[in-house]
Write a protein that binds this ligand. Structure first.
Ligand code: FAD
Ligand code: ZN
Length: 477
């Protein structure tokens, strides 16, 4: 093992190989639910160094097949499914991409930018804006997460209803394969039908097939006007009706559509009293809508007001406010983004990140709420999410007065089974955004079709025959 570590020190420089001291920042996951032990943390600075690291580890494993050495790529370590931190074996090497953080090129005419994997998402948004362009991927972890991690998990966020997931925002990739070869696929092409889609195979593979070192991303015109509204809706059916109306009235201007249940908002009001949550006391659900346009702000406002008037006439909205200015709009988004934090303040809870066809969401929630209440009387349901794309954070909190740790210990498995069975019955997905990591490997075995799992294993074996890349995550071989 020492010989491998010496070779790795030679490749990246001893200052960028950590083996001693406090490695918690790399060994512990964001939610602090998993604490691993790394053989080393490596911080390479270039694609070439990443390739040499992988080659060295692959050669070491060929010579020492029982060593158990493997690589865990890591970006900002904000992942929520324990996919980017090492296990407890002490044999996994964390490969942090954070020093690969250059914007290699921004091509305004082609509306693309080519960036390295370790770039922080927020820095990329700002870099695009400096060129009067928009990189639309947006999520609450954007100040810390990296574009490599976003691609590896095919992250979603709040703008998916208009711009799609990270996969939809990527035109090309540079990847270091499990053999340490560099696949140079950084095209800025919007059309390319030359064989299998390797790019989309690596996107969403959570570091199990290769290491993403750079990407060419799509950019869009910056909207000239961006307006936010907050509407009270009586039922989830009404929220779905409002979504249909919003699509018809706003067209491509509809860039955000978030739903929030009353209990979720009451937790924000309770734990962050300074935030002044509007309308939630009188209605079971609120919806946050965003309209981004390229005409004047006055035009966008008129369009928004017409939509809300129609919705009020039809009864799917009972009250609504449109933010007067950017600071009010930010406050409304801040309330939405504070739900997970308020929930954490209330105590440990069971999180689900599911998707259901939008049309089935009201029935899914009604049926699943009833099943949970029957199984655990008084259980509290924190319901919110990206209704515009069918993705709900359907979270489950202990009944009032029950110790949260005991609730998790006694009920987590039961709750997960009940929710995921219901998701399956409504043709949904058990992971819409966060991925599989190690947290949901067993669940995937159960809920994904055997044919799909066999195909996934065949791909994993073909691309990574030594099982060097993030083993045990996504799919077991
Ligand atoms: P990491 O956590 O470091 O890694 C995630 C996975 O990707 C791991 O499996 C890792 O091995 C792999 N990986 C990382 N970099 C590479 C690389 N260069 N090559 C190959 N594999 C790699 N997610 C959403 O989709 N939508 C949201 O709205 C959202 N909101 C969030 C809000 C908060 C407050 C937090 C903490 C997380 C949120 N997430 C969300 C989850 C998380 O931020 C995303 O999954 C993000 O894309 C992870 O990026 P990262 O750089 O932190 O990756
Ligand atoms: Zn989300």
């Amino acid at each position: 093992m020492q010989s491998l570590l010496n070779e790795l020190r030679h490749i990246v420089g001893a200052a960028h190989v950590y083996t001693d001291g406090d490695l918690t920042a790399w060994e512990q996951d964001w939610r602090k639910r998993s604490h691993g032990k790394a053989l080393a943390v490596l911080r390479p600075a270039s694609t070439e160094e990443v390739a040499q690291i992988v080659k060295a580890c692959a050669a070491f494993c060929t010579a020492n097949p029982a060593s158990g050495v493997s690589l865990v790529p890591q970006g900002g370590n904000t992942g929520l499914v324990v996919g980017g931190t090492p296990d407890l074996s002490g044999r996994q090497i964390v490969l942090s991409l954070q020093r690969l953080n250059a914007v290699r090129n921004l091509d305004s005419d082609n509306m693309t930018m080519t960036v390295e994997a370790g770039c922080i998402l927020q820095n990329l948004q700002e870099r695009a804006e400096e060129a009067d362009l928009l990189f639309p991927l947006s999520l609450a972890a954007e100040g810390t997460c990296t574009i490599g991690g976003n691609l590896a998990t095919n992250a979603g966020g709040t703008q998916v209803v208009r711009y799609g997931n990270t996969r939809d925002l990527c035109l090309g990739l540079e990847v270091v394969t499990a053999q340490g070869e560099v696949w140079q696929g950084l095209t800025g092409l919007r059309k390319d039908n030359t064989g299998y889609d390797l790019r989309n195979l690596y996107i969403g593979s959570e570091g199990t097939l290769g290491i993403i070192t750079a990407a060419t991303l799509k950019l869009y015109p910056l909207p000239t006007a961006q307006l936010t509204a907050w509407a009270a809706v009586p039922t989830l059916e009404d929220a779905v009706s409002l979504l249909g109306l919003a699509h018809r009235h706003l067209g491509a201007g509809l860039t955000g559509f978030e739903v929030m249940g009353q209990f979720a908002l009451s937790l924000v009001a309770k734990h962050f009293a300074q935030l002044l949550v509007p309308l939630h006391l009188d209605t079971p659900f609120c919806v946050l809508l965003e309209n981004s346009g390229h005409a004047s702000e006055a035009d966008a406002r008129t369009q928004f007001e017409r939509l809300l008037e129609t919705a009020l006439d039809q009864g799917c909205v009972t009250d609504a406010v449109v933010a007067e200015n950017l600071s009010q709009a930010k406050q409304l988004w801040h309330i939405r983004e504070s739900i997970p934090l308020a929930q954490a303040q209330e105590g440990l809870n069971i999180k689900h990140d599911i998707s259901i066809p939008v049309s089935s969401i009201p029935n899914f929630v009604r049926a699943t709420d009833a099943l949970l209440q029957q199984a655990i009387p008084g259980v509290r349901l924190v319901n919110f999410g990206h209704l515009g794309d069918g993705n709900l954070h359907y979270n489950v909190q202990a009944p009032e007065g029950m110790d949260a740790a005991i609730f998790l210990q006694e009920h987590e498995e039961e709750v997960n089974t009940l929710v995921f069975d219901s998701v399956a019955a409504f043709n949904g997905s058990i992971s819409a955004e966060h991925g599989v990591g190690s947290l949901k490997v067993d669940k995937l075995e159960h809920y994904k079709s055997p044919v799909a799992l066999d195909l996934m294993r065949a791909i994993k074996r073909a691309l990574d025959p030594q099982n060097l890349m993030n083993p045990g995550r996504v799919v077991r071989v």
